[in-house]
Structures are given as structure tokens and as C-alpha cells.
Design a protein around this ligand. Structure first.
Ligand SMILES: NC(=O)c1ccc[n+]([C@@H]2O[C@H](COP(=O)([O-])OP(=O)(O)OC[C@H]3O[C@@H](n4cnc5c(N)ncnc54)[C@H](O)[C@@H]3O)[C@@H](O)[C@H]2O)c1
Length: 367
């Protein structure tokens, strides 16, 4: 699995390990966001006897070739990518290197070393400015509105060429805004939570008239694991939406988070941002037929779990850690210094942030 120290990778790895699988987790621990959060996730995977970590850049061709040759993986789950819509606008080469050249090295490694099934992360951002909802895999997706979205669509096309040329089994999963514990600090739930706990304002675009299909990370992990368990299918090239299929109004999302954190948000209402879309909504019928599963965790449950983790990890005031009583156990104690440093960094990041709602892996970033 690539991207094993990342948000989704961490949860998928936990689930695979709990089922008794062996996982080789690869990540380059880059500093797009604080690598100590990635290290903290890895620290929780490391004790599993079935887990091995490889620190490697997927763009490092010789090392990737040697790794594939040595390990002869049966299944490959490729989650490493340069995520972040806004980041791709300002750092196009970083995005292209990880998401395009990195993807070629994964495809090549897989086809030359007999990988049975390559599963890779695509994104709902491929739907770009599409107006028809729910978004279905059969819809046209040739109008991306960010380079990030374009690279994700390119991955789908590259996978198609390998399935077609070499009969390689590939499954692309278009994830819809993922949230939950151990989340990404650049995404709306983490940024909103940080601002709410510090008593700072959050930006509410289009005066709150937006809906997003938030998907709880455990549902995403379950979906990935089910696709992996299906193994090779007669049709080598597959694409699925993986989303909750129940869009939530932005203001309901904020209210739910306020309740879970026990604090009101200070809202700054702003007009629609260029590139934003009013609604995202996943059609998951195909995914359900293929896996007998559809993401269904309610926002209330998911946000409750997220808020619990957030306060535990960063402290209840997002700046002051509660006494580390026995109830937290040693692992939490180990993270206190880390949590403090992460908070400092989160504050700096907040200063650099260009919006609260715009970087949730969709094509609606401010251009
Ligand atoms: N989180 C979402 O809402 C969402 C939505 C749609 C798609 N996705 C996709 O799902 C995947 C996982 O996303 P995530 O939210 O866990 O992001 P993440 O940034 O937390 O995880 C990605 C991991 O990949 C690693 N990585 C990046 N470039 C690498 C490289 N060149 N070599 C090796 N490792 C590298 C990073 O260090 C990171 O740990 C990504 O492909 C992302 O584009 C995420």
C-alpha cells in the first residue's frame, strides 16, 4: 500500500491488519502537512506483526523497481498522491510528479511483477463543473477545474491503457470528501475544528448555500478492503464512486461540528468562490452491487468520533492539553509533545490558509 502514513492509508492499513493480512506500507512522509502527524499514525501501525514500513518516493524509479521485484505483491493499493486542489494550482510540478510520474512507476511495477489487482485512489474532483447530480461513473468527466483533478482523471485513463494493453486488473475509486479521526489538517473539518476551539472565525462560502457528500473514513476503508477482497474480476478495468450519497448542507455540517465540540462557530459569510460547485452527490449503485456495501455512517456519528479524537489529540482548547490521566494510556502520553508542536504549526498554517471550505479534494477550490 502506498500512502500508508496518510489519512486514508492509515485507516485502510488498520482494517487489513485487523483481518490478518500482511501489509507493506510505503510513504515518503513528505511535509505537505506536518510529517509528525504521519509519524504518529505510523507509530500505531508499527506494533502489528503483519506491518512493514518502507520510506520511499513513488517517483524513485530504481527503488520502486527493486521493491516490486523483491516483494512480488499480490494486491497493490495505491493511495499516495499530492492531494490538495489549491496546492496543485500553486505547486503544479509537485502535483504532476507525484500523481503522474509516480502513477507510471506504480503501473509499471504492477504489470512487470504479476500484481493481481491494482486499486488506486481517484477523486470526486474529476466531476469538475458537472451540474447533473448525483454524479455517476458513466457521466462525462472531461472538464476538470484544477490540475489536481486533471491528474486524477489522467490516472483513470492511464489505468485504462494498462488494463487494455496488458489485461491488468485495475480499480479506481473516486472518493467523496473524506473526514474522520486522524484526518488531514488542510481539509475543512480539521480547519473548522481548530478555528472553533480557538474562538476564531470560519469562512462560509456562498452564504452557506452549498451541499457536500461527506464520507466517514471507516466507510472508505471498508470500501477499499471489500474491493481488494473481490480480487480479480472478469472485466479488468473498473471505476467506482465511494461516497455517502447523502449530501449535507454546509450550515448543517457546521452545526453538527459545533454540537460535537460544544462551542459555537463564528461565521463569516462570503460569496461563492470561482470554481466552487453548489452540490456534490455520489451515485453509488454500482459500488453497492459490486460489494454489497455502501457508506452509511451518519454525519452526527462520524463528527462525534472526529471531535472526540481531535480534542484528545490536540487538547480540548486546541491550545491547552488536559492533564494526561491514566484513562489516556501511554500512547496518548507519548503524543503530548507532538500535539503541542502540531498546534503551533496549525496556527502558522491558519495564517497561510486561503479559505475554509475550499480544499476538500474537490474541484471547487478558489482559482
Ligand atoms: N481525503 C479525501 O477527502 C480524498 C478525496 C478524494 C481522493 N483522495 C485521494 O485519496 C488518497 C489518500 O488521500 P489522503 O486524504 O489520505 O491524503 P494524505 O495526504 O493524508 O495521504 C497521502 C500520503 O501519500 C504520501 N505521498 C505523497 N506523495 C508521495 C510520493 N511521491 N511518494 C510516496 N508517498 C507519497 C504522503 O506522505 C501521505 O502520507 C490520495 O490519492 C488522495 O488524492 C482523498
Amino acid at each position: 500500500m502506498t500512502g500508508a502514513a496518510g489519512f486514508i492509508g492509515y485507516h485502510v492499513a488498520q482494517r487489513l491488519l485487523a483481518q490478518g493480512h500482511s501489509v507493506v506500507g510505503l510513504d515518503n512522509l513528505n511535509s505537505y502537512y506536518d510529517p509528525r502527524l504521519k509519524q504518529a499514525r505510523l507509530a500505531r501501525l508499527a506494533p502489528h506483526p503483519g506491518f512493514r514500513f518502507v520510506e520511499m518516493n513513488i517517483g524513485d524509479r530504481p527503488s520502486m523497481e527493486a521493491l516490486f521485484e523483491r516483494e512480488k505483491f499480490s494486491t497493490m493499493i495505491h493511495l499516495a498522491a499530492q492531494a490538495g486542489v489549491r496546492y496543485s494550482v500553486e505547486n503544479p510540478y509537485a502535483c504532476a510528479e507525484a500523481n503522474l510520474m509516480g502513477f507510471v512507476s506504480v503501473l509499471e511495477g504492477a504489470r512487470r511483477n504479476g500484481v493481481d489487482h491494482l486499486i488506486y485512489a481517484s477523486s470526486s474532483s474529476v466531476y469538475g463543473g458537472n451540474l447533473k447530480v448525483p454524479f455517476a461513473v458513466a457521466d462525462r468527466v472531461d472538464s476538470p477545474v484544477s490540475l489536481y483533478a486533471a491528474t486524477k482523471r489522467a490516472n483513470e485513463l492511464m489505468a485504462h491503457s494498462y488494463s487494455s494493453l496488458f489485461g491488468m486488473a485495475t480499480t479506481g475509486l473516486r472518493f467523496f470528501t473524506v473526514y474522520g479521526p486522524w484526518g488531514r489538517p488542510d481539509m475543512a473539518p480539521m480547519r473548522f475544528a481548530a478555528a472553533i476551539l480557538r474562538g476564531e472565525s470560519i469562512d462560509v462560502y456562498n452564504y452557506g448555500n452549498m451541499q457536500r457528500d461527506f464520507t466517514y473514513v471507516d466507510d472508505i476503508a471498508e470500501g477499499v478492503v471489500r474491493i481488494a477482497a473481490r480480487g480479480r474480476q472478469p472485466q479488468p478495468y473498473r471505476l467506482f464512486n465511494v461516497g455517502n450519497s447523502s449530501p449535507v448542507p454546509l450550515l448543517s455540517f457546521i452545526t453538527t461540528l459545533e454540537k460535537a465540540l460544544g462551542r459555537p462557530a463564528i461565521k463569516r459569510y462570503l460569496p461563492m468562490q470561482p470554481g466552487d460547485v453548489p452540490v456534490t452527490h455520489a451515485d453509488v449503485e454500482d459500488f453497492w452491487l459490486a460489494t454489497d456495501f455502501r457508506p452509511a455512517t451518519t454525519l452526527e456519528t462520524g463528527i462525534e468520533d472526529f471531535a472526540h479524537w481531535y480534542r484528545d489529540f490536540y487538547g480540548p482548547e486546541n491550545g491547552r492539553l488536559e492533564e494526561n490521566g491514566d484513562q489516556h494510556g501511554d500512547q496518548h502520553g507519548d503524543q503530548q509533545g507532538l500535539a503541542h508542536e502540531l498546534r503551533q504549526e496549525a496556527r502558522q498554517r491558519e495564517g497561510q490558509a486561503d479559505g475554509e471550505w475550499n480544499d476538500a479534494d474537490y474541484g471547487y477550490a478558489r482559482a
